[in-house]
Every structure is written in structure tokens, then in C-alpha cells.
Write a protein that binds this ligand. Sequence first.
Ligand SMILES: C[S@@+](CC[C@H](N)C(=O)[O-])C[C@H]1O[C@@H](n2cnc3c(N)ncnc32)[C@H](O)[C@@H]1O
Length: 205
Amino acid sequence: MIDFNERARDWDSDPAKVERARLVAGAMHSQVTFTPQMSALEYGCGTGLLSFALQDSLGQICLADSSPGMLAVLAQKISLGGLDNMTARLLDLVIDPLPQERYDLIYSLMTLHHVADTDVILQRFHALLKQNGVVCIADLDQEDGSFHGADFEGHKGFNRQALQQALQKTGFQNIRFQTVTRVTRQVDGQPKDFPVFLCCADKVG
Ligand SMILES: C[S@@+](CC[C@H](N)C(=O)[O-])C[C@H]1O[C@@H](n2cnc3c(N)ncnc32)[C@H](O)[C@@H]1O
């Protein structure tokens, strides 16, 4: 398994990760009408790259992750930035009780493929959204497993049609996909591109 606590300190020093978050934030702006009154949950926030790219368009943002190391780096960034609309929270929706809060917007970047039970997470997102809330999931398209390599136990990206069906089954509507960017990794000594989609869907009241 990937040790995100260990990787947290250097996470933001990779310009590709910063750029990926910036591109996903731009794509979200094309799909969602942002207002300063909106409350948001970022799930699997890591060091908060995506939320930092969105924070001046939103109200209160809860940034949740299961890695204390990621959250420590994030908390330092929030404090240094003097940002009063961002809060870091240790949370694993697979095992923790559902939080009390409800949100207008829930988003996630490159996290879902690390969570074994996607159906449970989608149900939890649906339950945590207010009526007419929106979920935005950015992740890898289905791949052959070379993104993480043979030992990885998570998902090999997502088939768009299967994810659409899972979202529909959970109760989401107006499900739309777009390709946002690509992650390039060395595979067998050659650069290989892995497309990243953004999927947005509505919880209709
Ligand atoms: C690939 S990183 C992406 C981090 C961040 N979204 C970004 O794009 O920079 C995946 C993140 O998901 C978190 N994560 C993995 N499984 C999780 C779970 N079950 N609940 C909450 N967070 C989880 C990890 O700790 C890690 O921070």
C-alpha cells in the first residue's frame, strides 16, 4: 500500500500535481455555479491542492483525509495562509460514522481509486449532500494497472459507464463526464499517459 503519511512532506513539490489540481478546479468551474455561500467537503484532500485552487470561490470548506501526515501539512498551509474558511478533518467514510454536517458541494481528486468499496463512498457522498447539491469526482480512466504497478490493491481507474451506473443507482442525476488532463508516468522505461476525467452529478431535491 502507498504510505501517504510518508509522502505528505514532498507532495506539493511536484509541479504536475499542482497543475493537475488547477486544471480540475477550472473544469469544475465549467460545471458548477460557485457562490461564496456554498459549503463544501473535499474528500481525500491530501495537502489540499484542489481546495486551495477553489477556496476563494466557496464558503466554508471541510478538507477530509484518512492520512494524519497529509493533514499535518495541510493544517500548516491553512495556518500560514491565514485562511478562515478551510478546516482539516481526519475522516475515513468507509469506517467512520457519517458526520452531522451537510454540504452543497462534495469533490474528490485522485482518491476514489484508493477506496475499495466505491458504492459505499457514493452512498455516503449522497447522504452528506444537501438537496440540489453536486458531487464532482476527478480520477483516472480505466487503465491496465501500470499506473500503480502490480502490488496495488485499489482500482485500476474507472470505466465511465460503470461509474455512471453506480452513481445512478445511488440516486444521482444529470451525470456528466469530461476529460481534464493526463498524468504521465514512466512504465517499462517509457512515458505513458493516463487520462483523468471529471465526473459531476446532481442530488436532485
Ligand atoms: C493520490 S492522493 C490525492 C491527494 C489530493 N487529492 C491531490 O490530488 O493532491 C489520495 C489521497 O486519498 C487519501 N485517502 C485514501 N484512502 C482514503 C479513505 N478511505 N478516506 C479518506 N482519504 C483517503 C490519501 O490519504 C491521500 O491523501
